[in-house]
Design a protein around this ligand. Structure first.
Ligand SMILES: [Ca+2]
Ligand SMILES: [Ca+2]
Length: 219
């Protein structure tokens, strides 16, 4: 009788261990599948071109801005908008920095607001940023500055600091590459309108463009 009891106990223990093992295995397969699906999602890539008559940032030739957008789930950060922005500026300015500006409809009112309402991003080529930035909009803009650029918020001039949002590299042949990661709550998840601006210190010129970074890939 004791022998039978032992066999039953052993069998139950075996079933329990096997069931735990299978649960863990299925769990891992699910996580792995989710990660694969995330990685397989297509990038949303946009190219904007300004001819020599529209800008002097690259004198006498075309200025090209290529923007790739992708949603990524990082284990520690959660849902994050990953952006790679390439712009073929032909002069790296080590002392004054060139600037990439990004503005999303963060306050969810359907428009990109002048000032700091949408928490613009002011991304320097030196890998620095400012705590609060400001979208100049309208003519004449703040302090006579051109419409469509992002500047440090004049009311919060706390200086530059190392950017938690981006890194930037420069290559003589291709220009700047900005690698940007913005956690989802700093972007509007429903309205995907974005303003992208670039200011070049060398030429004193700037460009900007406004588009929907999800709509183009849906259609
Ligand atoms: Ca430059
Ligand atoms: Ca807004």
């Amino acid at each position: 009788m004791t022998k039978v009891r032992n066999i039953v106990k052993f069998a139950l223990a075996f079933v329990l261990v096997a069931s735990l093992f299978l649960n863990v295995l299925f769990g891992l397969m699910l996580v792995s599948r989710r990660q694969t699906e995330e990685e397989d999602r297509p990038k949303h890539s946009f190219t904007f071109v300004w001819g020599p008559d529209k800008q002097t940032i690259v004198n006498g030739s075309e200025l090209r801005l290529v923007m790739d957008f992708k949603w990524v789930n990082y284990p520690n950060w959660g849902k994050t908008l990953s952006i790679v922005a390439k712009i073929n500026d032909d002069d790296f300015d080590a002392f004054h920095d060139d600037i990439l500006g990004l503005v999303f409809d963060r306050n969810d009112n359907g428009v990109l607001d002048p000032g700091g309402w949408d928490y613009p991003f002011f991304l320097l080529t030196s890998n620095e940023t400012v705590m609060k930035a400001y979208l100049v909009w309208g003519e004449p803009g703040y302090g006579g500055l051109p419409s469509g650029i992002v500047i440090p918020d004049p009311a919060f001039n706390w200086g530059y600091e190392d950017s938690p949002f981006h890194t930037c590299t420069f290559d003589n042949a291709t220009g700047y590459t900005f690698n940007i990661n913005i956690i989802a709550h700093r972007v509007n998840l429903d309205k995907h309108i974005v303003l992208v601006s670039f200011q070049d210190y060398g030429s004193g010129d700037h460009v900007f463009v406004i588009f929907d970074f999800e709509e183009w890939f849906i259609h």
